[in-house]
Ligand binder design. Structure first.
Ligand code: ATP
Ligand code: MG
Ligand code: MG
Ligand code: MG
Length: 436
């Protein structure tokens, strides 16, 4: 992409409405613009990152055996009346009336809708287990939308739902999602700690929140310091095998949110207990027949009897993750994207646009990198060098290649690593091989 043509409205000033780094930087880097409180438009750069996160989430869901479908954003109220949540959900639910006076709502989550689909189509235990998911916009009329996409009113969620015949089967599905989440967050460059959580309004028996540590996090968390050395990236699970050992390995170490932590019963030695603040990026539940029973989602079991299907639900805050990633990876100059979600891998800076040698070398590099499958944002604008550098640092691409007249005379360009700040002279002829 040539920056001269790209829609990238970056800001030099710090927007006054933004209280935390990720919100400020997303506005400054031209990734989002607010439409109304907690409701955002995704500009090209922001959307690109959102799609990359979505792709990683999708790959790991598919790998774990979940199947993607797509449910609508608008739901009828009847199924919520059936489950008993229509009144319970309260003001967080955005209620809408259609032209015929029918009560509708903008979905804050999808347990009811997926249960409705399931009960109409699945009749036999032979069709189980099933794990279905979608990546879809949700609406929750949050009391205090804030921190940009971190607590939006409209936000993108991956939500999966499992259906099993038995509680043992349901725990297997739960474990598959647990492990898939560990892998997903690790691939995003994040250290997520699974914490035993309150099952809250969704209700049920077993639940974990996946929490990223950040000073700006909204929840207080407590965990054993051993979590700091745990690495999920090396996990290569066989989803057909028993995943309980992996889950046990990750849940045997103490970690709890404020609601679950009890200083009196917590067995961790004082020196080993870390207290911090965290951002909830994922949440998984096993809740048995909480929805299948009131909604009549039954299958015929092996002996012909009707059984309420055992369910679980599994959410990831896809749009919130962008905020969480930026909270984890930024400095005073801007964002520092992990390569796995960077909107472009390379920022190509032409120090002297209009100079025939610089233009020629940059155009060629741009073409060659593109041909090698490297995504490049090429700053071909007629701007001061300082402004170009500051802009590249702000938007945080992992690598910057700077082409200037003096270096070119020797056939050299400068390669900068955004994360470390390290700069090296590289022969123009070697740069594609180095970055591909
Ligand atoms: P929170 O405690 O932050 O209000 P929640 O517990 O209400 O979140 P869940 O119902 O567990 O949220 O939804 C699954 C995931 O969706 C959460 O783990 C979070 O990552 C994301 N999420 C929830 N609410 C929002 C929001 N208002 N804006 C952005 N992401 C959200
Ligand atoms: Mg909430
Ligand atoms: Mg929560
Ligand atoms: Mg939650």
């Amino acid at each position: 992409m040539r920056l001269s043509r790209y829609f990238l409205p970056t800001l030099k000033e710090t927007p006054s409405e933004a209280q935390i780094a990720s919100h400020r930087l997303m506005l400054r880097a031209g990734m989002i613009r607010q439409g109304a409180a907690g409701i955002y438009s995704w500009l090209p750069l922001g959307l690109k990152v959102l799609k990359k996160i979505e792709a990683i989430v999708r790959e790991e869901q598919d790998r774990a055996g979940a199947q993607e479908l797509l449910m609508p954003t608008i739901q009828p109220s009847e199924i919520w009346v059936e489950s008993g949540r229509y009144d319970d959900y309260g003001k967080e639910m955005l209620r809408i009336e259609d032209r015929h006076g029918r009560e509708m709502l903008y979905g804050p989550t999808n347990e009811e809708l997926i249960t409705d689909i399931f009960r109409k189509e699945v009749r036999s235990y032979r069709d189980l287990p099933k794990m279905l998911y979608h990546i879809q916009w949700k609406f929750r009329d949050e009391i205090r939308p804030r921190f940009g996409v971190m607590r939006g009113r409209e936000f993108l969620m991956k939500d999966a739902y499992s259906f099993d015949l038995t509680p043992e089967g349901a725990v297997k599905s739960y474990n598959a999602m647990f492990v898939a989440y560990l892998r997903t967050f690790a691939r995003l460059g994040l250290k997520a700690i699974p914490m035993r959580a309150d099952t809250g309004p969704i209700g049920g028996d077993l639940s974990h929140e996946f929490i990223i540590l950040a000073e700006t996090g909204e929840s207080q968390v407590f965990f054993h310091k051993d979590f700091e050395k745990k690495d999920a990236l090396s996990l290569n699970p066989d989803y057909a095998a028993d995943l309980q050992p992996i889950v046990d390995d990750w849940t045997s170490i103490y970690a709890a949110t404020e609601e679950m932590h009890d200083a009196a019963t917590c067995a961790v030695a004082e020196g080993d207990l870390v207290t911090g603040r965290g951002i909830e990026v994922g949440h998984i539940f096993y809740f048995g027949d909480k929805y299948s029973k009131p909604m009549g989602a039954t299958v015929q079991g092996p002996d012909g009897e009707l059984v309420n299907v055992e369910m679980g639900s599994y959410g990831i805050g896809v749009s919130r993750l962008i905020g969480a990633i930026i909270e984890a990876f930024h400095d005073d100059n801007g964002i520092i994207w992990p390569e796995s979600v960077a909107p472009f891998k390379v920022g190509l800076i032409n120090l002297r646009s209009g100079d025939a040698a610089c233009d020629g070398a940059c155009d060629q590099l741009y073409k060659d990198l593109g041909a090698a499958g490297v995504e490049v944002l090429y700053d071909d604008r007629d701007e001061r060098a300082g402004a170009k550098f500051a802009n590249m640092d702000l938007i945080g691409l992992p690598w910057q290649v700077t082409v200037g007249p003096r270096g070119l005379e020797k056939g050299m360009v400068e390669l900068k690593n955004r994360a470390t700040g390290e700069k090296t002279e590289v022969a123009l002829a070697d740069i594609v091989a180095k970055l591909a």
